[in-house]
Unconditional design. Structure first.
Length: 145
């Protein structure tokens, strides 16, 4: 695990002593209308309790997420900058009916880290995206099964 991810995970976990619980949200009854799902890989080991896996700014491609499970995303500012102007934008899902943003109820991200917690709500595919102010993009595909 990259040092930035370890630091982010440790700082986040220290802030989570209460309030870490899996979301009680029910999966959507409407499946995604996307084409055939791409081949997906297992994400890195989860950084937070109750999560299926974890991603960072160094990840790309397609990742598998079981229905009803959560995936953590921690994007660290380029050059480990703590300046707000260097941070990644809010991480967005292309299809919140398939992969929806969620939270633990208590969460403060470490300085310089843009967090995102996402729940697999329905079988299908969604793309998570973010970018830096300089325009550097980050994109991964999440395949919910």
């Amino acid at each position: 695990m990259p040092p930035a991810r370890v630091a982010a995970a440790l700082a986040a976990c220290a802030l989570f002593t209460a309030g870490c619980s899996a979301s009680a949200a029910e999966p959507s009854a409407t499946p995604s209308t996307s084409q055939a799902a791409p081949h997906c890989h297992q994400p890195h080991q989860a950084s937070l309790p109750h999560s299926w896996g974890s991603l960072s700014e160094s990840d790309s491609g397609a990742y598998c997420l079981p229905l009803g499970k959560r995936i953590d995303v921690f994007l660290t500012a380029p050059g480990r900058s703590l300046q707000r102007s260097a941070r990644w934008s809010t991480i967005r899902s292309s299809d919140p009916k398939v992969v929806a943003p969620t939270n633990t109820g208590v969460f403060t991200a470490p300085l310089g880290v843009t967090p995102g917690l996402f729940l697999g709500k329905a079988p299908g595919t969604a793309v998570l995206t973010s970018s830096t102010p300089s325009g550097k993009p980050w994109t991964v595909t999440i395949v919910v099964h």
